[in-house]
Design a protein around this ligand. Sequence first.
Ligand code: CA
Length: 232
Amino acid sequence: MVRTDDNVGVDVVLVEDDDAIAASLVSGLGSAGMSVRRYASGRPALEAPPPDVYLVDVGLPDIDGFEVCRRIRSTGAVPVIMLTARGDEIDRVLGLEIGADDYVTKPFGLRELVARIRAVVRRSGAASGAEQVDEAGVSVGPLRIDPSRRLVLLDGADVVLTAKEFDLLLYLARRPGIVHRRADIMESVWDSNWYGPTKTLDAHVAALRKKLGDPSWIEAVRGVGFRLDVPA
Ligand code: CA
């Protein structure tokens, strides 16, 4: 694995009970330039100082990875990548109640994992030394988005979003009333090298509608994509 400047300073908390997998990740991500704090169970990881990104195994000895993710999500916007063992876990990982930002299915390659870590960290702007986010806030009616602090207010009240939900909302809100094509959204909000199904996009749209309290904030335009606007 090639060490690059993009990786250096990325602080990873790894929650994985399998010693062999954990050791290979600590060593692999370390040689890529990232620093890894490994925990063998969920509770100690939740008590540790927050990193730039969490890698969370689904099957853990104390509380399961879904619950770990849920608790991380309830306290902030640090991105979470789930390490899943089976394909049938993926729907739950992407499910609304979990709020993970991405997932990799075991067995996975280190190169793929590093790319996904970089993508979620870049989007969250959480890495130390990341470029300064210096963008003007976006307002659409009662909705106010502050990119530099990654805050969303609706009628003055906080709306707590996952890193990807935030990016999706910001993307749509920059040009309200305009229909954005699915492919454009996937390319801009997710990686351009994202090969996953676009049901990820639908799941995030559904989550945003729920959190904004009115599904008509985001209109689906059949066969095209999505449009954000103030509900009539
Ligand atoms: Ca496990």
